[in-house]
Design a protein. Structure first.
Length: 330
C-alpha cells in the first residue's frame, strides 16, 4: 500500500517508582519462596507505588516517562497523546487528559486506550496511523500500569508477577521512504476474556447492605502461558511474512515481559540465541502496558542502528499483536 507519510521514533523514556519489593519480601505475605519465583518467572524484584498522600501514582510515572521521551520537543508541538493503561488512577477523566494538562499541551487530542499488556503495541499502531494519514505530525504515546493497587496480596499465583511502571515514546512524521514501521499484525479474541480480568465495580444502588467495592486481578496463569507461547511465534511469522522476510531476519524481540520462561520458549522454538529476546523482567516483573517501552528505553543504546525489531504484546482481552520496526538511533 502506498502511504503519503512514514513514521519515525524520536524519543523514548521510562519511569518506575523507587520502592523495591524483592522476592524474599513476599515470603511474609503468603506461602512462597524466592527460588520458586525466580525459577518459574525469572523475576527477582519489582517496583511498587506505595499508597500514600505523596504518591507516586500512574500520572506521576507517566509525566516522568513522557518528559524524557519529549527531550527538547515542547509539549505544545504535539498533536495527540495516547495513554495505554488498564489501571488508571481515575476511570474518568482519562490519564491522557490529565497528562495533557500536566505537560501543558494545549489544543490537542488526548485519549486512553485499553488493551492490557498489548496496550503499547496497539497505541503505537494507532499513533502511526494518525501520522500516516496526515492527521497528526507528532504523537506522544505512554504505556503505564500500577497493578499493585489491584492485586490480591494473598494470592501467590498473581501477586508475584506484577510491578508498576511507565514507558513513553515520541512518534513523528517522516517521509514514506524513511518509514520505520514495516509491518504489523494486531488481534483480539473476547472469548478468552474470562482467563484474565480485573472487574470494575462501583458501589451499587443501596438495596439493603452497602458493601465497599473491592475487586482484584484474576488470572488463569496456565491458559495465558499456553496462549502466549503459541501467539508470539505466530505473530513473528505474520509480521515478517507480510513483507517476505523470515523470523531469522529479526535482530531483536522486544516482547511484553510477563515471564522469562515465555521468552526462553520463543527463543527455543525459533532456534534463536536467548539474547535476541531482550529482557529486563528480573528487575521489574510484569509492568503490563509499560513493559515494552520500558525495555526499549533500557536497551536503546545497545541496539545497533538499522536493526530489525519485533515489538510484541499479549494480554487480557485476549489481545495480542506485533509490529516490525526498523530501528534508527535518534
Ligand atoms: N510460590 C510457591 N508455589 C507456588 C506459587 C508461588 N508463588 N504459585 C503457585 N505455586 C504452586 C502451585 O500451587 C502449584 O502447586 P501444586 O503443583 O501443588 O498444585 C505449583 O506451584 C505449580 O503451579 P503452576 O500454576 O502450574 O505454575 P506455573 O509453572 O504455571 O507458573 C505462572 C505460574 C508463573 C503464573 C505461569 O503460569 C505464567 O507465567 N503464566 C503467564 C502469565 C502471563 O503471561 N501474564 C501476562 C498477561 S498479564 C495482563 O495482560 C494484565
Amino acid at each position: 500500500m502506498n502511504i503519503p507519510f512514514g513514521v519515525k521514533i524520536s524519543g523514548l523514556g521510562s519511569a518506575v517508582p523507587p520502592k523495591i519489593i524483592k522476592n524474599s519480601d513476599l515470603e511474609s505475605l503468603f506461602e512462597t519462596n524466592s527460588e520458586w519465583i525466580e525459577s518459574r518467572t525469572g523475576i527477582l524484584e519489582r517496583r511498587i507505588c506505595e499508597f500514600s498522600a505523596e504518591k507516586p501514582d500512574s500520572l506521576d510515572l507517566s509525566i516522568k516517562a513522557a518528559k524524557q521521551a519529549l527531550g527538547n520537543t515542547s509539549p505544545e508541538e504535539l498533536d495527540l497523546i495516547i495513554v495505554a493503561t488498564s489501571t488508571p488512577d481515575y476511570l474518568y477523566p482519562s490519564t491522557a487528559c490529565r497528562l495533557q494538562s500536566a505537560l501543558g499541551a494545549k489544543n490537542i487530542l488526548a485519549f486512553d486506550l485499553s488493551a492490557a499488556c498489548s496496550g503499547f503495541v496497539f497505541a503505537l499502531m494507532t499513533a502511526s496511523q494518525f501520522i500516516q494519514l496526515g492527521t497528526a505530525k507528532k504523537v506522544l504515546i505512554v504505556g503505564v500500569d500500577i497493578h499493585s493497587r489491584f492485586m490480591d496480596w494473598t494470592d501467590r499465583s498473581t501477586a508475584i508477577l506484577f510491578g508498576d511502571g511507565a514507558g513513553a515514546a515520541l512518534i513523528e512524521r517522516t517521509s514514506a521512504e524513511n518509514n520505520q514501521l514495516l509491518s504489523h499484525s494486531l488481534h483480539s479474541d473476547g472469548s478468552g476474556a474470562c482467563e484474565l480480568y480485573l472487574k470494575s465495580v462501583g458501589g451499587q444502588f443501596p438495596n439493603g447492605k452497602i458493601q465497599k467495592p473491592v475487586e482484584t486481578v484474576f488470572m488463569n496463569g496456565k491458559k495465558i502461558y499456553q496462549f502466549a507461547v503459541k501467539a508470539i511465534p505466530d505473530i513473528l511469522a505474520n509480521i515478517t511474512g507480510n513483507i517476505d522476510l523470515k523470523t531469522e531476519n529479526i535482530d531483536y524481540l522486544i516482547c511484553h515481559q510477563a515471564n522469562q520462561r515465555i521468552l526462553d520458549s520463543v527463543a527455543e522454538k525459533l532456534n534463536w540465541p536467548k539474547e535476541k529476546c531482550l529482557s529486563n523482567i528480573a528487575k521489574y516483573g510484569n509492568t503490563s502496558a509499560a513493559s515494552i517501552p520500558l525495555a526499549w528505553h533500557e536497551y536503546k543504546d545497545q541496539i545497533e542502528n538499522n536493526s530489525l525489531l519485533a515489538l510484541v504484546g499479549f494480554g487480557a482481552g485476549l489481545t495480542w499483536g506485533g509490529i516490525l520496526w526498523r530501528w534508527k538511533q535518534f
